[in-house]
Design a protein around this ligand. Structure first.
Ligand code: ZN
Length: 279
């Protein structure tokens, strides 16, 4: 079967630059039932995300978060990788993908078997104590919430990408907050909320990996947050080509050497199937 012209272009590019760093965003998890925050035009489609400062300083914000998260978490926990995740895993097996950085917190790349992954914005299947640093299991928090806040089961919700959900008419006064099992301190999902900081060692590890690659491939991200945009800027400043597969506009459109506006699952699958193994 003849390849689409855009896939052919991507293929030629990858053959010329066979050591890729891949950066993925919410667009890749959409078909796994995890909705994106931004539509194709890059604007918010739901209410504003949780702010780090508010979560840390306001118990009401934490109650609202955990009530919504209680409803949203099962959807994330049971989500399965889709064809786009498997196509990237295939590209890694063929030895074109050296390294993958994701803005997603759903662990779907790891579930697809991807070996070299950095979770830039953390992982939703863990909680972290902000007082003692202990890492705990999000699933254990779910059980605790279920045991101590049974009325949560009757709340109506709609899903959001961070495992959060919109709560309608919730009376949150009664809500009991989970805490650290070691020190009773304040726990937070082990993710970077809006306005929170990505750990310095993670930022430099990604720069380090990127500098060893031939090209950067952006998939399913609008790159609106600086934590991901900075790597495009770095690649561009170092004359490293940037490829993008994304249906909507992105903040870095003018920095790309090649952009394919198409479904990322279909495009990546065709690309992986068309490439010879480098092993
Ligand atoms: Zn603690």
């Amino acid at each position: 079967m003849a390849l689409d012209a855009s896939v052919q272009q991507l293929r030629n590019f990858v053959l010329d630059h066979p050591r890729l760093m891949v950066m993925t965003g919410a667009g890749i998890s959409q078909k796994s039932g995890i909705p994106t925050y931004r539509d194709g035009a890059g604007t918010w489609t739901s209410s504003q995300p949780i702010q780090h400062r508010e979560f840390m300083h306001d118990a009401t914000v934490r109650k609202r978060y955990w009530a919504r998260s209680y409803k949203g978490w099962p959807n994330v926990a049971s989500a399965r990788p889709n064809l786009a995740h498997f196509a990237l895993r295939h590209l890694e097996e063929l030895e074109y993908v050296q390294f993958l950085v994701t803005q997603n917190i759903d662990r779907l790349h790891q579930k697809a078997g991807q070996q070299e992954v950095i979770d830039l914005h953390g992982r939703l299947d863990q909680v972290v104590c902000m007082d003692c640093g202990e890492i705990g299991s999000r699933e254990d928090v779910q059980k605790w919430l279920e045991a101590h806040n049974s009325y949560l089961d009757n709340l109506r919700v709609t899903q959001r990408p961070d495992g959060d959900a919109e709560i309608e008419g919730a009376a949150l006064k009664e809500m009991r907050l989970p805490s650290c099992t070691y020190c009773s301190g304040l726990i937070k999902p082990n993710v970077v909320f809006y306005g929170g900081l990505v750990e310095k060692k993670i930022i430099s590890r990604v720069f380090d990996q990127l500098s060893k690659c031939d090209a950067l491939l952006v998939v399913g991200s609008s790159l609106m947050v600086y934590s991901s945009y900075r790597y495009c800027k770095f690649a561009h400043d170092h004359a490293m080509p940037i490829l993008c597969v994304n249906e909507g506009i992105t903040r870095a459109d003018e920095l790309f050497s090649l952009k394919v506006k198409a479904d990322c699952a279909v495009t990546l699958e065709q690309l992986a199937d068309s490439l010879p193994s480098r092993r």
